[in-house]
Ligand binder design. Sequence first.
Ligand SMILES: Cc1ncc(CO)c(N)n1
Length: 222
Amino acid sequence: MAGLFDRLKTDCSSEWNAYTRHAFVTSMADGTLPQPAFRTYLQQDYLFLIHFSRAYALAVYKAPGLADMRQALAGLKTIMDVEMDLHVELCATWGITKDELEHMPEASETLAYTRFVLESGLRGDLLDLQVALAPCILGYGEIGQQNRAATPHGPMAAAYQRWFGEYASDEYAEAASDFADWMNRTADVYLTEARYSNVRRIFSQATRLEADFWQMGLNAAD
Ligand SMILES: Cc1ncc(CO)c(N)n1
């Protein structure tokens, strides 16, 4: 039987494609994305990752056993010790410090997405939380793989190459595949058909909030 992730992707294919093939991503791949769009996105993404880390911390709390607690902790550590360094490094090239980044005003799109994920987890159980987290880690994994061979041109080429390099890396692919396995295992235990429409709604909403997040970046360059 196919896992929950494949089922959700199939049932939410239009939202999924609008997110993973968004104009922000395709223009980053060819290098035409304007610098202010990328910069706004990256600054907001740092704030996003702070709250996303809180959501992973909630997964430690919501985990029904030690193995699930360790899996959630590993995800939390990857974000805080690895992924956020990318943002700090790229923003440093524009003279923005870590402290400035942390204290930037939060955009509505950042607020909406992160608090939606947290709320889904607070209200529900580990499965609801994993489904709300899934579009983030699994979507970026897919975007990384799809754009593995991208060769952006122009003045932002190095930054975009660095960004794709992070999400196309074997380490990120492995983290994404571990996450999908983890969510699918939770579903094997907790998912019932009666629950599925609610689980699907959470996944669809989080996926649409991802597309809105890209759009926020694009709007900043208008
Ligand atoms: C908005 C967003 N979604 C997914 C990821 C991947 O962690 C990220 N850094 N930011």
